[in-house]
Design a protein around this ligand. Structure first.
Ligand code: UD1
Ligand code: CA
Length: 449
């Protein structure tokens, strides 16, 4: 069976009250539409057809070739939206899976169950339903006395008896393609002038065809994001799912309620995450690390046995047993090599602190390469920017940089050299020498000249 998915994303999203198209609002760091497209592609093995309208250019710019696109210029309803894909798909698919881009929590598993339901039902369509106490404005599923689904009625059109129905239309369907393309044009407009995809259920039944309802027990998958309140609800559910996954994989979360882990992050077992911690982007964390509390780790790679206390990491690397904090900041291109330590109020930008090196207090290193076993004294600063260009500082192994040293780049400090407290170093420092003063000069021993 050739299966293709159509994902609807043309709606205005008026209730978000936003300049940003609804489906581009971020959920766990990814635009909403990412989730429906990912799930649809996983089930069908090919990029879905996305029906775009409002914000079409922005949506396309984000997804690129992860989807194929058709445009719905006027938003005349979900049935009309699916019809826009007909020319592209007619003859190319046997079954069409339809889902909505504003339902990010639907899992691949549920979509598969929908396709199985369609196959086993031997009718012209299957649709997903859920029994829920809060009807959320969803369409109601009307069944006949024998329990067969008859139709879906939108809340606005429900009779009082229908309003009391608690089986809701989730908004996911699997259609026989030929039947779908032939019958979509038979829909009649709603009182609001919209063509409802949901009316396909009643249409099938009126033709003596079977519509199979696939019931799901997991209400949490069906959160449709129409407002920012729904968005926060979806965020909470997704976060709980992700947190549970990592706990089951051997990671301790001291307080899952204040732990934020994006889906793209990976964490090794026996790592402990303390409260108020955000792990985002392409972050990978090894085993036996301790992160937090109050830390942000974005797009960073951490080895094993690392320690991060109340610190912020962006695009950084920490090798095994490196530690930072409290109150450290690693910016893009920062690297703490094995067992390196950075203490409070330090910042590294495009800089490496070599194996076993220490930078304990109040220091900034930018565009710098620091070797092994170097001590960076309190208050050390690389003056790497001359107002126009950035310059590099190289500090060789075993150097001792005295407190409050200013390193005016470009600069090279040789193996085992030392700088005195308060020096302003403007010239390269030869290996094994001590420089001090403003500007710093090499200290000569008596008898030397
Ligand atoms: C829809 C269903 C309802 C179901 C609910 C579940 C219909 C008529 N109603 O209602 O039975 O319980 O979802 O979440 O289908 N869209 C377009 N073009 C349009 C209209 C909508 O692309 O002309 C897209 C929207 O961008 C959205 C999706 O279709 O992604 C659903 O539209 P929405 O207006 O949110 O429908 P609901 O009122 O939520
Ligand atoms: Ca919706």
């Amino acid at each position: 069976m050739r299966l293709t998915a159509v994902v609807l994303a043309a709606g205005h999203g008026t209730r978000m009250k936003s300049a940003l198209p609804k489906v581009l609002h971020p959920l766990a760091g990814q635009p909403l539409v990412h989730f429906a497209v990912t799930a649809a592609a996983a089930v069908t093995g090919q990029p879905p057809v996305l029906v775009v309208g409002h914000g079409a250019e922005q949506v396309k710019a984000f997804l690129g070739d992860r989807a194929r696109y058709v445009t719905q210029t006027q938003q005349l309803g979900t049935g009309h939206a699916v019809l826009q894909a007909r020319d592209l798909l007619a003859g190319w698919a046997d079954a069409i899976l339809v889902s909505y881009a504003d339902m990010p929590l639907l899992t691949e598993h549920t979509l598969r169950a929908m396709v199985d339901g369609y196959r086993q039902g031997r009718g012209v369509l299957s649709f997903l339903t859920v029994i829920a106490q809060d009807p959320r404005g969803f369409g109601r599923v009307v069944r006949d006395a024998a329990g067969q689904p008859q139709c879906v009625v939108e809340e606005a059109s429900c009779t009082p008896e229908q309003l009391a129905i608690r089986e809701l239309n989730a908004g996911v369907y699997c259609f026989n393609a030929d039947w779908l393309w032939e019958n979509l044009t038979r829909l009649s407009p709603s009182p609001k002038g919209e063509y409802y995809l949901t009316d396909m259920v009643g249409l099938a039944v009126s033709q003596g065809q079977r519509a199979t309802a696939v019931q799901t027990a997991d209400e949490s998958e069906l959160v449709g994001v129409n407002t920012r309140v729904h968005l926060a609800e979806a965020e909470q559910i997704l976060r709980a799912r992700i947190n549970r996954h990592w706990m089951e994989a051997g990671v301790t979360l001291l307080d899952p309620a204040t732990t934020y882990i994006e889906p793209s992050v990976t964490i090794g077992p026996d790592t402990i995450i303390l409260p108020n911690t955000l792990l985002t982007g392409r972050t990978a964390i090894g085993v036996h690390c301790r992160i937090g509390p109050n830390s942000v780790v974005e797009d960073s790679q951490l080895g094993n046995h690392c320690l991060v206390v109340m610190s912020v990491l962006e695009g950084a690397v920490m090798e095994d047993e490196a530690s930072i904090g409290p109150f450290g900041h690693l910016r893009k291109g920062a690297r703490l090599c094995r067992s390196a330590h950075m203490g409070n109020f330090g910042e590294l930008k495009n800089a490496t602190l070599g194996p076993g090196s220490k930078m304990g207090h109040f220091s900034y290193l930018g565009d710098a390469a620091v070797g092994a076993n170097v001590n960076i004294g309190a208050g050390t600063i690389t003056c790497n920017f001359d107002g126009a260009r950035k310059h590099t500082t190289v500090i060789e192994d075993d150097v001792f940089v005295g407190s409050d040293t200013l390193l005016v780049a470009p600069l090279h400090i040789g193996l085992g050299a030392k700088t005195g407290a308060g020096s302003v170093v403007t010239h390269d420092v030869p290996a094994g020498t001590l420089v001090y003063g403003v500007p710093a000069r090499v200290r000569r021993r008596p008898g030397e000249d």
